[in-house]
Design a protein around this ligand. Structure first.
Ligand SMILES: NC(=O)CCC(=O)C(=O)O
Length: 283
């Protein structure tokens, strides 16, 4: 039975970029001590800086030549793990993107996702955030294959990748999880907040899992009570039936879990939604 061992590193971000690198390394070391067979490690959205519209310009870097991409590539290689490097602001000639990079066990950059849906909301008296003031939206869905030689049960599987607000859009998840990609796991580095987090974080993770009959993993930064943007925390992993199988609290934490990849095929076979869809009616 192929099993994927995943760790979500719910780290507390600092305004000092190098302190975030140190935290990522420290948490990854601890995660591997706790779970030596780790196949896939995930960092949160905006892991190398505070999540703030005012700061994206200050922290942005080119990918792959910037220091954060170098750091992540070396980390994946040194620890011999597949690594989803949360996200960080990417500097390009046409503007700044909120971008996630993915590295294999050799430290090679194997995928890159630019946040497609920008977090532009205005809930009066509660939260106003306008990513589009500074960021450009990505225009592609992202899936990639990972395999692991570390695992006791070697596997190859397809993973879909979104960033935070992307989670609210079922169409993107459908594209990644249905044929021809058929991802068995959807991963979203994400920084929901203390207003929308309690309302929708778990609900959306479970909804995307049930809709697509796959695992869903959301990795948040830890909550820093002194920060302007209060991250919700509660990194979470949901199975293809929609059950929460692991959930963190609010503080810095490592969430590990063993995912039975065959559960995806089994549930898709038992409840064959993919064969029963009526696109002739929906279109
Ligand atoms: N960083 C984000 O995209 C936040 C999304 C969020 O909080 C939401 O409610 O959606």
């Amino acid at each position: 039975m192929p099993k994927l061992n995943i760790a979500l590193l719910q780290l507390k971000t600092s305004p000092i970029k190098h302190e975030n690198f140190t935290s990522a390394r420290r948490l990854l070391t601890q995660a591997l001590t706790k779970s030596p067979n780790l196949d896939l490690v995930v960092l949160p959205e905006c892991f190398n800086s505070p999540y703030s519209i005012k700061l994206f310009r200050q922290y942005c870097e080119p990918i792959p030549s910037g220091e954060t991409t170098h750091f992540l590539s070396n980390l994946a290689k040194e620890f011999n793990v597949n690594l989803i490097g949360g996200s960080y602001p990417e500097k390009t000639p046409e503007g700044i993107y909120n971008t996630s990079t993915v590295f294999n066990q050799q430290g090679e950059l194997i995928a890159k996702h630019r946040k497609v849906h920008l977090f532009d909301v205005d809930i009066p008296g509660k939260i106003t955030f306008q990513e589009s003031k500074v960021l450009q939206p990505g225009s592609k869905s992202t899936v990639f294959d990972i395999s692991s030689q570390r695992s006791k049960t070697p596997f190859k599987t397809t993973v879909g990748l979104g960033i935070c607000y992307d989670l609210r859009f079922p169409e993107l998840a459908h594209k990644m999880a249905r044929q021809p990609h058929s991802s068995s796991l959807l991963v979203y580095p994400g920084a929901f907040n203390t207003i929308t987090g309690p309302l929708h974080w778990e609900l959306l993770a479970r909804a995307r899992a049930v809709d697509n009959q796959c695992f869903v993993a959301l990795c948040s930064p830890a909550r820093d009570p002194d920060a302007k943007y209060l991250a919700y925390g509660h990194s979470i992993i949901v199975d293809p039936v929609g059950r929460v199988i692991a959930e963190a609290g609010e503080g810095e934490e490592i969430l590990t879990c063993e995912i039975e990849l065959d559960d995806v095929n089994e549930f898709r076979k038992n409840v064959p939604l993919n064969e029963q869809r009526r696109f002739d009616v929906y279109e």
